[in-house]
Design a protein around this ligand. Structure first.
Ligand code: ZN
Length: 320
Protein backbone atom coordinates (compact mmCIF):
# COMPACT_ATOMS: atom_id res chain seq x y z
CA UNK A 1 0.00 0.00 0.00
CA UNK A 2 1.26 3.46 -0.85
CA UNK A 3 1.84 6.26 1.60
CA UNK A 4 0.65 9.82 1.03
CA UNK A 5 -1.15 12.61 2.93
CA UNK A 6 -4.78 11.51 3.14
CA UNK A 7 -7.58 14.00 3.46
CA UNK A 8 -10.24 12.56 5.76
CA UNK A 9 -14.01 12.94 5.59
CA UNK A 10 -15.21 13.18 9.20
CA UNK A 11 -18.02 11.34 10.97
CA UNK A 12 -20.53 13.98 12.09
CA UNK A 13 -22.72 13.68 15.18
CA UNK A 14 -25.95 15.35 16.21
CA UNK A 15 -26.28 15.88 19.97
CA UNK A 16 -28.73 18.08 21.90
CA UNK A 17 -26.14 20.64 23.00
CA UNK A 18 -24.56 21.14 19.54
CA UNK A 19 -24.39 24.36 17.51
CA UNK A 20 -23.94 25.53 13.92
CA UNK A 21 -20.38 26.91 13.88
CA UNK A 22 -18.83 23.84 12.25
CA UNK A 23 -21.16 24.19 9.28
CA UNK A 24 -20.90 27.96 9.14
CA UNK A 25 -17.13 28.40 9.49
CA UNK A 26 -15.29 25.05 9.29
CA UNK A 27 -16.52 23.62 5.96
CA UNK A 28 -18.52 20.81 7.56
CA UNK A 29 -21.82 19.50 6.26
CA UNK A 30 -24.45 17.38 7.96
CA UNK A 31 -28.11 16.50 7.34
CA UNK A 32 -29.15 17.98 10.70
CA UNK A 33 -28.93 21.28 12.59
CA UNK A 34 -27.17 20.57 15.87
CA UNK A 35 -23.77 19.57 14.57
CA UNK A 36 -22.17 18.90 17.95
CA UNK A 37 -19.16 16.80 17.02
CA UNK A 38 -17.11 16.28 13.90
CA UNK A 39 -14.88 13.24 14.39
CA UNK A 40 -11.81 14.26 12.44
CA UNK A 41 -9.59 11.24 13.02
CA UNK A 42 -11.58 8.16 13.89
CA UNK A 43 -11.33 4.44 13.28
CA UNK A 44 -14.32 3.09 15.18
CA UNK A 45 -17.50 1.14 14.42
CA UNK A 46 -19.54 4.17 15.56
CA UNK A 47 -17.58 6.65 13.45
CA UNK A 48 -15.24 5.99 10.53
CA UNK A 49 -13.20 8.32 8.34
CA UNK A 50 -13.31 7.92 4.58
CA UNK A 51 -10.27 8.89 2.49
CA UNK A 52 -11.18 11.77 0.16
CA UNK A 53 -8.15 12.13 -2.10
CA UNK A 54 -5.65 10.21 -4.18
CA UNK A 55 -5.32 6.52 -4.97
CA UNK A 56 -7.48 5.30 -2.10
CA UNK A 57 -10.38 7.73 -2.50
CA UNK A 58 -13.54 6.17 -1.08
CA UNK A 59 -11.72 3.65 1.10
CA UNK A 60 -12.28 3.92 4.84
CA UNK A 61 -9.26 4.71 6.98
CA UNK A 62 -9.91 1.45 8.84
CA UNK A 63 -9.71 -0.57 5.61
CA UNK A 64 -6.53 1.20 4.58
CA UNK A 65 -4.86 0.43 7.92
CA UNK A 66 -6.03 -3.16 7.78
CA UNK A 67 -4.45 -3.60 4.34
CA UNK A 68 -1.31 -1.56 4.99
CA UNK A 69 -0.72 -2.99 8.47
CA UNK A 70 -0.01 -1.32 11.78
CA UNK A 71 3.27 0.07 10.39
CA UNK A 72 1.25 3.06 9.09
CA UNK A 73 0.22 3.77 12.71
CA UNK A 74 3.80 3.37 13.86
CA UNK A 75 6.60 0.85 14.12
CA UNK A 76 5.94 -1.65 16.90
CA UNK A 77 2.33 -0.62 17.45
CA UNK A 78 0.59 -3.87 18.39
CA UNK A 79 -2.77 -2.98 19.97
CA UNK A 80 -5.86 -4.22 18.13
CA UNK A 81 -7.40 -0.77 17.80
CA UNK A 82 -6.37 2.64 16.56
CA UNK A 83 -4.82 4.71 19.39
CA UNK A 84 -6.37 8.17 19.02
CA UNK A 85 -9.67 9.91 18.41
CA UNK A 86 -9.68 13.58 17.40
CA UNK A 87 -12.82 15.70 17.32
CA UNK A 88 -14.08 19.20 16.80
CA UNK A 89 -16.73 19.89 19.43
CA UNK A 90 -19.12 22.83 19.10
CA UNK A 91 -20.94 23.37 22.38
CA UNK A 92 -23.76 25.83 21.94
CA UNK A 93 -25.12 24.58 25.25
CA UNK A 94 -23.14 23.10 28.15
CA UNK A 95 -22.18 19.42 28.21
CA UNK A 96 -22.83 17.02 31.05
CA UNK A 97 -20.42 16.82 33.99
CA UNK A 98 -18.33 13.72 33.37
CA UNK A 99 -15.25 11.70 34.16
CA UNK A 100 -13.35 8.99 32.28
CA UNK A 101 -11.70 5.88 33.74
CA UNK A 102 -8.05 4.84 33.48
CA UNK A 103 -6.95 2.06 31.12
CA UNK A 104 -6.79 -0.42 34.02
CA UNK A 105 -10.35 0.28 35.13
CA UNK A 106 -11.80 0.48 31.63
CA UNK A 107 -10.13 -2.70 30.35
CA UNK A 108 -11.33 -4.58 33.43
CA UNK A 109 -14.89 -3.23 33.41
CA UNK A 110 -15.73 -2.07 29.88
CA UNK A 111 -13.40 -3.95 27.50
CA UNK A 112 -12.31 -0.52 26.23
CA UNK A 113 -9.34 1.73 26.78
CA UNK A 114 -9.67 4.45 29.37
CA UNK A 115 -9.48 8.02 28.31
CA UNK A 116 -7.01 10.80 28.80
CA UNK A 117 -7.77 13.82 26.66
CA UNK A 118 -6.58 17.28 25.75
CA UNK A 119 -8.57 20.32 24.69
CA UNK A 120 -7.33 23.09 22.47
CA UNK A 121 -9.76 26.02 22.68
CA UNK A 122 -10.42 27.13 19.10
CA UNK A 123 -13.16 29.67 19.90
CA UNK A 124 -14.77 30.87 23.11
CA UNK A 125 -17.56 33.38 23.62
CA UNK A 126 -16.96 36.23 26.06
CA UNK A 127 -17.33 34.84 29.59
CA UNK A 128 -17.48 31.19 28.50
CA UNK A 129 -16.29 28.74 31.13
CA UNK A 130 -15.64 25.09 31.62
CA UNK A 131 -15.51 22.68 34.50
CA UNK A 132 -11.93 21.59 35.18
CA UNK A 133 -11.76 19.36 38.24
CA UNK A 134 -13.38 19.71 41.62
CA UNK A 135 -12.95 22.59 44.01
CA UNK A 136 -11.39 21.76 47.35
CA UNK A 137 -10.79 18.23 48.55
CA UNK A 138 -12.74 15.41 47.06
CA UNK A 139 -14.10 12.83 49.45
CA UNK A 140 -16.49 10.06 48.51
CA UNK A 141 -18.72 11.17 51.42
CA UNK A 142 -18.98 14.77 50.20
CA UNK A 143 -19.64 13.48 46.68
CA UNK A 144 -22.41 11.13 47.89
CA UNK A 145 -24.01 13.94 49.87
CA UNK A 146 -23.93 16.31 46.91
CA UNK A 147 -25.45 13.66 44.62
CA UNK A 148 -28.20 12.90 47.17
CA UNK A 149 -29.00 16.58 47.68
CA UNK A 150 -28.67 17.61 44.02
CA UNK A 151 -25.85 20.06 44.76
CA UNK A 152 -23.07 18.62 42.57
CA UNK A 153 -22.61 22.00 40.92
CA UNK A 154 -21.28 23.46 44.18
CA UNK A 155 -18.31 21.03 44.07
CA UNK A 156 -17.01 22.08 40.67
CA UNK A 157 -13.91 24.08 39.83
CA UNK A 158 -14.86 26.45 36.99
CA UNK A 159 -12.47 28.40 34.82
CA UNK A 160 -13.05 31.14 32.25
CA UNK A 161 -11.59 30.17 28.89
CA UNK A 162 -10.13 31.98 25.92
CA UNK A 163 -9.21 30.94 22.38
CA UNK A 164 -5.74 29.41 22.16
CA UNK A 165 -5.70 27.88 25.65
CA UNK A 166 -4.94 24.24 26.37
CA UNK A 167 -6.41 21.93 28.99
CA UNK A 168 -4.96 18.51 29.70
CA UNK A 169 -7.47 16.11 31.24
CA UNK A 170 -6.10 12.87 32.64
CA UNK A 171 -8.46 10.01 33.42
CA UNK A 172 -10.11 10.56 36.79
CA UNK A 173 -10.46 14.34 36.44
CA UNK A 174 -14.06 15.61 36.50
CA UNK A 175 -14.70 17.98 33.59
CA UNK A 176 -17.29 19.56 31.33
CA UNK A 177 -17.31 21.88 28.35
CA UNK A 178 -19.41 24.99 28.94
CA UNK A 179 -21.70 26.82 26.54
CA UNK A 180 -20.17 28.92 23.75
CA UNK A 181 -16.94 26.96 23.31
CA UNK A 182 -15.53 25.28 20.21
CA UNK A 183 -12.65 22.92 20.87
CA UNK A 184 -10.34 20.52 19.13
CA UNK A 185 -10.14 17.45 21.35
CA UNK A 186 -7.32 14.92 21.16
CA UNK A 187 -8.04 11.79 23.14
CA UNK A 188 -7.45 8.11 23.51
CA UNK A 189 -9.68 6.13 21.19
CA UNK A 190 -12.37 5.27 23.70
CA UNK A 191 -15.92 6.30 24.31
CA UNK A 192 -16.15 5.35 27.98
CA UNK A 193 -17.72 8.33 29.70
CA UNK A 194 -19.27 8.31 33.15
CA UNK A 195 -21.87 11.05 33.36
CA UNK A 196 -22.08 12.54 36.83
CA UNK A 197 -24.70 15.23 36.33
CA UNK A 198 -26.67 16.52 33.33
CA UNK A 199 -28.48 19.59 34.71
CA UNK A 200 -31.70 17.52 34.77
CA UNK A 201 -32.06 18.08 31.02
CA UNK A 202 -34.17 15.90 28.72
CA UNK A 203 -32.30 13.96 26.00
CA UNK A 204 -33.35 13.54 22.35
CA UNK A 205 -36.18 11.22 23.36
CA UNK A 206 -37.46 13.63 26.03
CA UNK A 207 -36.13 11.53 28.91
CA UNK A 208 -33.11 12.49 31.02
CA UNK A 209 -29.88 10.89 29.78
CA UNK A 210 -28.46 8.04 31.82
CA UNK A 211 -26.08 8.89 34.67
CA UNK A 212 -23.25 6.63 35.87
CA UNK A 213 -22.71 7.93 39.37
CA UNK A 214 -21.53 4.70 41.00
CA UNK A 215 -18.76 4.12 38.42
CA UNK A 216 -17.81 7.80 38.44
CA UNK A 217 -17.41 7.60 42.21
CA UNK A 218 -14.94 4.74 41.76
CA UNK A 219 -12.74 6.45 39.19
CA UNK A 220 -12.61 10.10 40.34
CA UNK A 221 -9.07 11.01 41.39
CA UNK A 222 -8.62 13.63 44.08
CA UNK A 223 -6.58 16.37 42.37
CA UNK A 224 -5.74 19.33 44.57
CA UNK A 225 -6.38 22.85 43.19
CA UNK A 226 -2.61 23.20 42.69
CA UNK A 227 -2.47 19.91 40.75
CA UNK A 228 -5.31 21.12 38.58
CA UNK A 229 -3.63 24.43 37.82
CA UNK A 230 -0.43 22.60 36.89
CA UNK A 231 -2.30 20.16 34.65
CA UNK A 232 -3.77 22.93 32.62
CA UNK A 233 -0.41 23.66 31.07
CA UNK A 234 1.14 20.27 30.60
CA UNK A 235 1.04 16.59 30.24
CA UNK A 236 4.33 15.22 31.43
CA UNK A 237 6.55 17.62 29.55
CA UNK A 238 6.62 21.37 30.11
CA UNK A 239 4.45 23.23 27.72
CA UNK A 240 6.02 25.50 25.12
CA UNK A 241 4.22 27.65 22.55
CA UNK A 242 4.47 24.76 20.07
CA UNK A 243 4.28 21.73 22.36
CA UNK A 244 0.78 21.66 23.80
CA UNK A 245 0.89 18.33 25.57
CA UNK A 246 2.94 15.19 25.79
CA UNK A 247 2.00 12.06 27.66
CA UNK A 248 2.32 8.31 27.15
CA UNK A 249 -0.85 8.36 24.99
CA UNK A 250 -0.18 11.26 22.62
CA UNK A 251 2.01 14.23 21.76
CA UNK A 252 0.38 17.37 20.37
CA UNK A 253 2.00 20.41 18.78
CA UNK A 254 0.47 23.60 17.46
CA UNK A 255 2.11 25.25 14.47
CA UNK A 256 1.36 28.80 13.38
CA UNK A 257 2.36 28.71 9.76
CA UNK A 258 3.24 31.81 7.77
CA UNK A 259 5.39 30.61 4.89
CA UNK A 260 6.59 27.01 4.78
CA UNK A 261 7.00 24.53 7.56
CA UNK A 262 8.56 21.08 7.25
CA UNK A 263 7.13 18.28 9.35
CA UNK A 264 8.06 14.61 9.46
CA UNK A 265 5.96 11.49 9.76
CA UNK A 266 8.72 9.16 10.95
CA UNK A 267 8.47 5.38 11.16
CA UNK A 268 7.50 5.77 14.84
CA UNK A 269 4.16 7.46 14.35
CA UNK A 270 1.60 8.76 11.94
CA UNK A 271 0.97 12.48 12.00
CA UNK A 272 -2.54 13.87 12.17
CA UNK A 273 -2.91 17.48 11.01
CA UNK A 274 -6.08 19.38 11.87
CA UNK A 275 -6.29 22.94 10.55
CA UNK A 276 -8.17 25.27 12.87
CA UNK A 277 -7.55 28.35 10.77
CA UNK A 278 -6.32 29.50 7.36
CA UNK A 279 -5.82 27.65 4.09
CA UNK A 280 -2.90 26.37 2.08
CA UNK A 281 -1.22 23.29 0.68
CA UNK A 282 0.62 20.23 1.89
CA UNK A 283 3.54 19.35 -0.38
CA UNK A 284 4.73 15.76 -0.54
CA UNK A 285 7.17 14.76 -3.26
CA UNK A 286 5.78 16.30 -6.45
CA UNK A 287 2.21 16.31 -5.18
CA UNK A 288 0.28 19.18 -3.66
CA UNK A 289 -2.78 18.73 -1.45
CA UNK A 290 -4.99 21.72 -0.66
CA UNK A 291 -6.50 22.35 2.78
CA UNK A 292 -8.90 24.85 4.29
CA UNK A 293 -9.86 25.67 7.85
CA UNK A 294 -11.55 22.63 9.40
CA UNK A 295 -9.74 19.98 7.34
CA UNK A 296 -7.84 17.01 8.77
CA UNK A 297 -5.11 15.02 7.04
CA UNK A 298 -3.71 11.64 8.08
CA UNK A 299 -0.02 11.30 7.22
CA UNK A 300 0.89 7.60 7.51
CA UNK A 301 3.95 6.71 9.59
CA UNK A 302 6.99 6.40 7.37
CA UNK A 303 5.85 9.05 4.88
CA UNK A 304 8.87 11.12 5.88
CA UNK A 305 9.09 14.81 5.19
CA UNK A 306 6.11 16.91 4.17
CA UNK A 307 5.89 20.67 3.85
CA UNK A 308 2.92 22.77 4.91
CA UNK A 309 2.69 26.00 2.94
CA UNK A 310 0.35 28.79 3.97
CA UNK A 311 0.24 32.50 4.79
CA UNK A 312 -2.06 32.11 7.73
CA UNK A 313 -2.66 28.55 8.94
CA UNK A 314 -2.97 27.16 12.45
CA UNK A 315 -2.28 23.45 12.54
CA UNK A 316 -2.86 21.08 15.46
CA UNK A 317 -0.50 18.15 14.90
CA UNK A 318 -0.99 14.95 16.89
CA UNK A 319 1.07 11.78 17.12
CA UNK A 320 0.73 8.64 19.18
ZN1 ZN B 1 -14.31 14.01 28.40
Amino acid sequence: MNLYPMKLAPAVKEIIWGGDKLKASYHKSAPFDKLAESWELTVRPDGMNVIENGEYTGMTLGEYIEKAGNAVIGEGYDADRFPLLIKFIDARDRLSIQVHPSDDYALANENEFGKTEMWYIVEADEGAELVFGLSGDYTKEAFDKAIAEGTVETLLHRVKVHAGEVYFIPSGLVHAIGAGILICEIQQNSNVTYRVYDYNRPGKDGKPRELHVAKAREVIVNHSPADIEALRFSGKAARTPELLASCDKFTVHKYDIAGERSLTASADSFLSLTFTDGEGEIHYGDEKYAFVKGDTYFIPAGCGKITVASDNAVCIAAQR
